[in-house]
Design a protein around this ligand. Structure first.
Ligand code: FAD
Length: 659
């Protein structure tokens, strides 16, 4: 029976993979009327992505679930490259560890994509009743461009159809996963108890119905074969690689010494990537076949079997042994390196994740990039929809994320090339193989780990230079993330990483690096800033209580103070009250004042933040952080007008009360 229903929503998210869930998180946090649909009957349980980069983990920390990743995941920071020596014997080169390993408080981790989706779904449910509507496919699309300028209008019309149980749960991995092929081994043994509900839902009876949804905005997070992208005629540009790869997640039985270490094994017939995972699983990426595109008999990917992949591993690893009893998941894939020329169509339609960039999984970045796309468009769109931010900020989504996708493809081409390059069939691998691999990794390390983002100048990013921050804070570069430090709380003595302190809760933050407030002149500067922020100085306008907050917040801006004096030599109450506001119910703002001091009981709390940020320990500095912890503006404590101008360009002022 077909029921036609009509409805309206402010934001419609198509696809509930990592990118869509990340965007949905912001809708939940900011109280946006939104929906998220996915044609699959359940989320992912096994397979697909597993690599998590430091910046992604910092984001998880700001969202409050990184402890779950630490609890379940596997840390892998050192890589070993095994290559044949002159006598042809496999020899370890390494270990190689990033020289920037401690730039972030989080290190590369491995954990199945399905678990990340679980954590995202659970986190969303803490903020709102926004739930993924599964087994629903988007099928038709209309866009009325004439309505684009009217923010109250619903220019997008999408027809949704509830799929039959069979259509929604075809019993294999979706074809959308970066070109992975369906129907391969997917072990149920790996479904953890908190994922069972998903499987139970899968068996519920579905009633086929169609629904016409009118939306103000749409975010297409619908994977490599994106339906949304096709609706707006954006074509991916790039090419397909000619190699077929096998990937297996197994519990290996092997005498290879580095079976539980990250690394590569190179043999004359190819290179395998070894990735240790949670629950004793190891993922292996294995070159299986070079496709001869000119041949009439093109190699059929579906002809690849688990046994074939296993034999290839055994051949490359020989004389070491390799076998397994448990295979959690496996697939064979052939990937294209492609990127969309634009990640948006006008101001109402946005695309994120694999929908706009596809590449090989060996760089371990697809899930990371996709989530970071969703994170980026998510906060901007959510704040625009609730009337808290200027719609012009939506233009920065493409400007910030598109160049990174280009960089991703560049990295992937070089890195994948190292795996597919062929050598003389009987000869040893190139002697400098390991060095070349290290060189490629190091060249793209900052980008891949997310330590640098290179967001360009825009209304959201006020830059003085591409390479360094303003004089007051040389290493705090607008457009980059706020580099993490562990701080000591002034009132409590507890220590906390800034990645946890600066929560992704939708507010803008003014970070007052108050310097050494024991110095009389510096104390006066801080007090003058306090007078300005508390609007005691009537000659100027304070940015506090000036802008429309997102629903549920009293103010759109929070002030966090980090001073550099020894904590014992200053008191919490020495700071102007505006820096530690009093709430009649919750008391003083003890969480708002921190010091960059070393902590005898916590070796990570080293009191070196000001040095890392390039800030004078006496004079301090001031910065504005966007809700995604990227630096928007930096200046001196006195540059209050400039800072307010920055905020005026981004946030919407509250209407002046009528007299
Ligand atoms: P997807 O995860 O593909 O989600 C898209 C969703 O949209 C799907 O759930 C789909 O059902 C839904 N959908 C599609 N069309 C419609 C429609 N018309 N209506 C409704 N719903 C629709 N990345 C890493 O970062 N690290 C790794 O180590 C890594 N390893 C990988 C290994 C393999 C073998 C593969 C295949 C991928 C790997 N990736 C890795 C890539 C990673 O899985 C993807 O980049 C990531 O899943 C992309 O997220 P996404 O949300 O953009 O898209």
């Amino acid at each position: 029976k077909v029921e036609a229903v009509e409805s309206q929503t402010d934001v419609l998210i198509i696809g509930a993979g990592p990118a869509g869930l990340m965007a949905a998180y912001w809708m939940a946090v900011c109280g946006v009327k939104a929906r998220i649909i996915d044609k699959r009957g359940t989320k992912v349980f096994t397979g697909q992505a597993d690599g998590l980069r430091p910046r992604t983990l910092e984001i998880f920390d700001s969202m409050g679930f990184q402890h779950r990743v630490i609890h379940e995941g596997h840390v892998a920071v050192e890589a070993n490259f095994w290559v044949p020596d002159e006598a042809g014997k496999l020899t370890r080169q390494g270990p190689h560890c990033s020289p920037k390993i401690n730039e972030s408080n989080h290190h590369n981790m491995l954990l199945n994509q399905g678990r990340i989706e679980r954590f995202l779904i659970d986190t969303i449910s803490k903020y709102s009743d926004l739930e993924v509507e599964r087994g629903i496919i988007a099928e038709s699309f209309e866009y009325d461009e004439k309505l684009e300028e009217d923010l109250d209008a619903y220019p997008i019309t999408v027809k949704l159809r509830t799929l039959s149980d069979e259509e929604a749960n075809p019993g294999h991995i979706s074809k959308d996963g970066s070109g992975s092929q369906p129907a391969n081994g997917q072990g149920r043994g790996s479904v953890l108890p908190d994922d069972w509900e998903e499987l139970i839902q899968k068996s519920r009876l579905r009633q086929t119905k169609t629904e016409i949804v009118k939306a103000k905005f749409i975010i297409g997070c619908d994977g490599a074969h994106s339906w949304t992208r096709k609706q707006v005629n954006i074509l991916l540009e790039g090419s397909s690689t000619e190699h077929i790869w096998g990937v297996i997640d197994v519990v290996p039985l092997s005498n290879f010494p580095d079976m539980r270490r990250l690394g590569t094994i190179t043999h004359s017939s190819g290179t395998i990537l070894v990735i240790p995972r949670e629950r004793r699983l190891v993922r292996l990426y294995v070159p299986v076949q070079i496709v001869d595109s000119t041949s009439a008999n093109r190699f059929d990917r579906s002809a690849i079997t688990l046994e074939m992949i296993k034999s290839r591993v055994q051949a490359i690893m020989s004389p070491y042994t390799f076998d397994f009893q448990i295979c959690d998941w496996w697939t064979a894939y052939q990937v294209g390196q492609r990127v969309a020329p634009a990640f948006n169509k006008g101001t109402r339609i946005f695309l994120a994740g694999d929908a706009v960039h596809t590449h090989s999984p060996k760089v371990g970045l697809g899930m990371n990039m996709s989530m970071q796309d969703g994170f980026n468009i998510g906060w901007k769109l959510a704040m625009v929809v609730v009337g808290a931010a200027n719609p012009a900020i939506l233009d920065t989504y493409n400007a910030e994320r598109h160049p990174l996708a280009e960089m991703l493809l560049e990295f992937d081409r070089l890195w994948s090339g190292e795996f597919t390059e062929t050598t003389d069939a009987d000869g040893p691998a190139a002697p400098d193989k390991a060095d070349r691999m290290v060189h490629v990794v190091e060249k793209y390390m900052d980008f891949a780990d997310g330590l640098r983002t290179y967001y360009p100048a825009s209304p959201l990013v006020w830059k003085v230079s591409e390479e360094e921050g303003p004089e007051a804070a040389r290493n705090l570069i607008p457009g980059e993330r706020f580099s993490p430090i562990k701080l000591r709380n002034q009132a409590e003595g507890n220590s906390k990483w800034t990645t946890r302190l600066l929560e992704s809760d939708g507010c803008y933050r003014i970070i007052v690096l108050a310097g050494d407030v024991r110095v009389e002149e510096q104390k006066k500067r801080v007090e003058a800033l306090g007078r300005f922020l508390s609007a005691e100085d009537k000659t100027m306008i304070s940015p506090l209580h000036r802008y429309v907050p997102i629903p549920g917040r009293k103010d759109q801006i929070e002030v966090i103070t980090i001073h550099s004096a020894p904590w014992k030599e200053v008191e919490f109450f020495d700071f102007p009250e505006i820096f530690r506001p009093f709430d009649p119910v919750m008391g003083w703002g003890y969480d708002d004042i921190w010091c960059d001091n070393s902590c005898t009981w916590d070796p990570h709390c080293g009191g070196q933040g000001y040095e890392k940020w390039g800030v004078d320990r006496t004079r301090g500095a001031m910065l504005v952080l966007r809700p995604d912890q990227y630096i928007g503006w930096v200046g001196e404590l006195e540059e209050v007008k400039d800072m307010t101008d920055y905020l005026d360009g981004v946030l919407i002022k509250m209407p002046t009360p009528e007299v």
